[in-house]
Design a binder for this molecule. Sequence first.
Ligand SMILES: [Zn+2]
Length: 459
Amino acid sequence: MVRQGARWKIGTGFNIPIIIEPWIRSGSSISSIGDVMLALQPCSVGYLIDQEEKVWNESLVHQLFPVETTQNILNTPLYHQVQMDRLIWKAEKNGNYSVRSAYRICIEEVINNDHLRKPGYWSGIWRLKVPPKVKSLVWRICRDCFPTRVKLRSRGVNCSSECVRCEDPHEDSYHILFHCPLAVDIWQSANMWHLISPSLSQFDNAPDIIFNLLQIFNLLQRLSAAQIEHIVTIMWSIWKARNLKLWQQVSDSTITILERARHLLEGWREANRKQVSIRQDNSSSTPSSSHHNRDANISWKKPTSGKYKCNVDASFPNTTNKVGIGMCIRDSDGNHVRSKTMWFSQTCSIHIGEALGLYHAIRWIHELQFTNVDFEVDSKRVADYFNNGRGDVTEFGSIMESSIYFLNNHLTNSHVEFIRRQANEVAHNLVKAATSSTSFQVFDDIPTCIIDLIFNEMI
Ligand SMILES: [Zn+2]
């Protein structure tokens, strides 16, 4: 309760007591249970860390903790760039306390609203990139406040419980979405039944099936974003068809239902794309981000005469807990000078991976004693923080501050710039190779995975 809303960022770990404090991945803690835990009471997290290498002392952690806790500890990332232990605020991206987020946490966590709470993978719903009305429908189904006939009857509404479309005697959300022959026909026509049916054999209610699909998408990545977005939008369209039948006696065909979903989703995506480009237009205050140049930076540009360019990218393969980093230096004729790939065994967020990529590229350029190097990254957050950001107290901020400090002190005439993904393909292709290799590699000759790109971009 004391630490509600906060978590530790681990520097040395010597200021963080092992017991009770929220220092494990995403801010969980070890409560004091059992003799071993009692004995650990006076100890700090620092004793569990190999300070030289800045990694967990795995054998010690294995000895001291039960299996699950051990896994959680070992999955808690440690970074060389974080030097001081610090309590940071979980609810804000930059780790700083704010009244707004504190209020949110109060509502969500402190006030006892267990009776309102339902276990489930709620964040999976909010992360969906679908129209708000689709999201809200999915949320209502999962909250079990979806006005099916069975639900209405349970609330005392005097109505039939028969399915509006097939006369099955039990019209609940499971039936409408997954059991009704008309729904099954829709999923089959959309060629999605094989994606959904494995969840149906595990769960017998709509919320669990939806949470399971979201988990398969987000955590296991066995569904693509396009598939999961399509699936939930079709659910919306099925519900719409059910209401049209009930209130207007209209019977939509399977094709109509699928087309309505496709239209809604595509229309919304298109409108969103336009909004994003309008926002970018409005926020372009510098001449370099004018129309002309924005189109131009879709392709890679050679550095100006006498300069070098280092393209950097990070990647996160689905199957392993690794971050791969790729970097490639080219001269003003577009010639390949040198490339490097690295990987780290660590689960971390995308922007931390990108920040680590830039950090290691800057260190590498310094080792090679180059000056006059411009770095290009395709993470806007990293480039923006590097050039304008301050005050992020999370691990991301620590890594970025280390990069800024290092570049300012050791590299002259170097900058960090944001480029589009399409212009960063060399680094992107390299990094794919990084994650499949077992250690870091330096290439003096052009690695085969980028030969074509290098030559194309020379022209
Ligand atoms: Zn039915």
